[in-house]
Design a protein around this ligand. Structure first.
Ligand SMILES: [Ca+2]
Ligand SMILES: [Ca+2]
Ligand SMILES: [Ca+2]
Length: 133
């Protein structure tokens, strides 16, 4: 009986670990360049720059609705409209950065100016992580 329990425990541990890796703490680690467990303002800035490049697939310096996948969900469309401040149908680097900065402040629950692993992992962070990490 003990062996079965142990096997079950082991199984769940493996699933849990695999899920964690899949769900992307790696995007936290990637952004946390010096690996101190916090994403500082500088680290966030460079992360947002590479995220912008990732979205801007045709490299024209702006994200269009397709590149963002705004047609895929109402949530994405809402986010796209939120980012596109001048409503020209494109999100340029400045607009993306400003939107991300605002989200970053929302993510920094304890207002210490950096994003901890705990803040990143909280449920409230999910909609932010989805589009900005
Ligand atoms: Ca583009
Ligand atoms: Ca715009
Ligand atoms: Ca914080």
């Amino acid at each position: 009986m003990k062996k079965i329990l142990l096997a079950a425990l082991l199984f769940f541990a493996v699933v849990f670990l695999a899920w964690n890796v899949y769900a992307g703490p790696d995007s936290f680690s990637k952004a946390d360049k010096n690996n101190d467990g916090y994403i500082t303002k500088d680290e966030f800035e460079s992360h947002i720059k590479s995220k912008f490049d990732e979205y801007d697939k045709n490299k024209d310096g702006k994200i269009d609705a397709n590149e963002f996948g705004a047609n895929k969900s109402p949530e994405a469309l809402k986010e796209f409209k939120f980012m596109d401040r001048n409503s020209d149908g494109f999100v340029n680097a400045d607009e993306f950065y400003r939107a991300a900065l605002q989200k970053r402040e929302e993510l920094d629950f304890n207002r210490d100016g950096k994003i901890s692993r705990e803040e990143y992992n909280s449920n409230k962070a999910l909609p932010i992580l989805k589009f900005y990490f």
